[in-house]
Write a protein that binds this ligand. Structure first.
Ligand code: ACO
Length: 378
């Protein structure tokens, strides 16, 4: 039988970071349900939890919050390089490039063995990547980047660095819940990528840059931007059914933000994000994108094709609506996913350090026993 590819169902590591139960639609990070964490946790608490497999006490929480904020300063040459990137550079390409350039400025970049050094580097890099994302928002508007403030959480700092003003509470809370929900997710493609790079003995910056590259694709993190573009293409709630009939039922397009390799039940993150999307859309005074998203999900859920294949909205579907209320360009949606997943990637990278080389094999299906032909005879 031909190999379907995709390493589906293959276990590559024992982990303590997250359990993705695709049959029952459940997700836990190191023991805590995603619903509990989304209702109560700050991103910093989740960062600590993923790295330490326990929640921080008050002193530890303040230490990690302060470390991410104070060490999250981006070296000036990196910001200067970002300003030279051509107009129209995709935000994910800018974030990937700038993240790579952080390593020569990090004194610990090539320390590949000490896990304590690695945990500190992870906190620093997490703060810096958020500052890079906010800097890109400002640079593309012709504004000077703003450095992080020492007294803020990462979610507040992102809003502050993006706007240059005291962070709005609603926006910061929306960013925080988004960061918590997307911080970690089993052996997803980008986390696997980060582990493959780390298992060769390479450094954390290389592993994170490779993971950003994997997340960029529309089958993975790029789907949040593609979902929003799709809602905008539909344009109005009354266009949903005709659009669905033309492009999905009678066409060959996929609904972006629907379907998942592991979840064959509703993605629990989508349910939480749907509630936030509804509230934020109402308070922003623009409920159109939310209404379109709900109508399209309902159209899919009523369709035999989607029912048979157990296709439900995934995390990217309603997160597109949440992010749209933050006044972000669609191009910035996937960089926000990067900010969140830094927690999970780095926890997996530290766990993988000094682990065994990840090296699967290929099933050769090409020709055999050919004889060499000189170039002039071909
Ligand atoms: N719309 C329509 N049909 C779909 C969709 C969709 N969004 N997703 C899957 N299907 C169909 C496939 O055509 C296939 O049908 P078939 O059995 O008749 O061939 C079946 O469902 C299974 O799909 P696969 O592509 O084999 O599933 P796989 O596990 O490889 O892919 C993926 C999962 C990539 C997420 C897929 O569902 C998809 O492309 N979704 C849209 C993109 C997206 O939302 N990606 C984000 C995923 S979540 C994340 O990474 C954070």
């Amino acid at each position: 039988m031909a190999n379907k590819g995709g390493l589906e169902g293959i276990v590559v590591a024992d982990v303590q970071t997250s359990l993705v139960d695709g049959v029952n639609g459940k997700l836990i990070y190191s023991g805590y349900s995603i619903e509990d964490l989304a209702a109560n946790a700050s991103f910093e608490e989740v960062f600590f939890l993923l790295h330490n497999v326990r929640l921080p006490n008050a002193t530890e929480l303040e230490a990690i919050r302060s470390q991410i904020a104070t060490e999250g300063v981006v070296p000036q040459p990196v910001l200067d390089m970002m300003k030279t990137l051509p107009k129209g550079t995709p935000a994910m390409a800018a974030v990937r490039t700038a993240t790579s350039m952080l390593s020569p400025y990090d004194a610990d970049a090539e320390n590949l063995t000490d896990k304590e050094v690695a945990r500190n580097k992870a906190a620093r890099l997490t703060g810096q990547v958020a500052a890079i994302c906010a800097a890109w928002v400002r640079i593309t508007k012709g504004e000077e980047p703003v450095a992080p403030r020492a007294d803020l959480t990462l979610a507040e700092n992102f809003v502050y660095m993006m706007t240059g003003e005291d962070p709005d509470e609603t926006a910061s809370a929306a960013v925080n819940v988004y960061l918590v929900l997307l911080a970690e997710h089993g052996m997803n493609a980008s986390t696997f990528t980060s582990r493959v790079v780390t298992a060769t003995g390479s450094d954390m910056h290389s592993a994170v840059v490779a993971a950003i590259g994997a997340l960029k694709g529309p089958s993975h993190g790029g789907a949040n931007a593609e979902a929003m573009k799709m809602f905008m293409e539909i344009g109005e709630p009354e266009n949903v059914q005709p659009w669905f009939d033309t492009h999905i039922k009678d066409g060959d397009r996929r609904i972006m933000g629907i379907g998942h390799r592991v979840y064959k039940a509703p993605d629990p993150r989508a349910a939480v994000l749907k509630e936030h999307a509804e509230r934020l859309a109402e308070s922003s005074g623009n409920t159109k994108w939310y209404e379109i998203a709900v109508k399209l999900a309902d159209a899919a859920r009523a369709d035999e094709y989607f029912i048979e294949r157990k296709l439900f909205p995934n995390v990217d579907y309603y997160s597109a609506i949440v992010l749209s209320t933050l006044d972000l360009d669609i191009d910035m949606f996937t960089p926000l996913f990067v900010m969140a997943r830094m927690a999970g990637w780095t926890a997996n990278i530290v766990d993988q350090m000094q682990g065994r080389l990840i090296r699967p094999k290929a099933n050769y299906v090409g020709p055999v026993d050919l004889s060499w032909t000189a170039v002039e005879d071909r």
